[in-house]
Design a protein around this ligand. Structure first.
Ligand code: HEM
Length: 221
């Protein structure tokens, strides 16, 4: 990673060292040495959450359900692991953003904050869908909302990782690695979703359930 240091910031740093101030042009100068480790941790945690665990869990769920296996616990487990990774990554990203004065003044942190904030509500919608499903044994509007809400946000989160790498002026190797992994998983995710929709996935009463099997009984619905 390369960090461009503005001359004004550099002289503020010298000034701060001499006179004990800790902030220069919004940048928390004394914490700058923490940035590389925090940024790396942020990128890894967010990448694991948004590029591997959340879409990977959804793909796995579809593969298992197409074989007629109950998937509700795979779904809940992967979503919760992804959720924890994402919140930890958010904490690291917010810390770096504060140190570098990059909170809410660029596409990456703005889109990232919106995506993460909206994803935080997803378990609630999952629970509401589940409660309704248990009462009606049918997939209704809440099911569609829960499913599409997650799909769109996960894809936006993957895209936002690219904006993050650009912001961090990461090495070309790092950018390519992220692009390849995110591209392959993103394309697989979209392909699985399209296949699922084409074969009748999200309809209220469909051959193939669109959400994790609540019980093996629900698979016949
Ligand atoms: C969808 C959610 C997000 C994803 C997938 C994501 C991913 C990434 C990645 C891959 C990097 C590059 C890290 C590196 O090269 O070491 C990065 C950088 C960064 N992220 Fe995020 N991020 C997300 C949300 C956020 C949020 C919500 C914030 C702040 C509130 C944030 C703050 C930052 C900052 C400040 C950098 C630049 C670090 C630097 O300049 O070295 N990110 N992000």
């Amino acid at each position: 990673m390369n960090y461009y240091v503005d001359p004004a910031v550099f002289f503020s740093f010298v000034f701060a060292s001499l006179f004990g101030s800790v902030s220069a042009g919004g940048i928390v100068v004394v914490d700058l040495p923490l940035v590389p480790n925090y940024a790396k941790a942020h990128g890894i945690l967010m990448g694991l959450a948004l590029v591997v665990v959340l879409p990977g869990g959804a793909i796995l769920m579809r593969l298992l359900s197409s074989k007629g296996k109950p998937t509700v616990w795979v779904h809940v487990g992967t979503q919760l692991v992804g959720w924890v990774l994402m919140i930890s990554g958010l904490a690291m990203g917010a810390k770096v953003g504060k140190i570098l004065d990059r909170l809410e003044n660029n596409a990456h942190t703005i889109l990232g904050t919106v995506v993460v904030a909206l994803l935080l509500f997803r378990p609630l919608f999952g629970f509401l869908h589940h409660r309704r499903f248990m009462a009606t044994r049918k997939r209704g509007k809440m099911t569609l909302f829960h499913v599409w809400y997650g799909r769109v946000l996960i894809l936006l989160g993957m895209l936002n990782g690219g904006f993050g790498l650009k912001l961090a002026t990461n090495s070309p190797g790092g950018n390519i690695a992220y692009g390849v992994v995110a591209g392959v998983i993103g394309a697989t995710y979209v392909a699985v979703m399209v296949h699922f929709e084409v074969t009748g996935g999200s309809k209220t009463s469909s051959r193939t359930p669109d959400v994790p099997e609540e019980t093996s009984k629900s698979q016949s619905s």
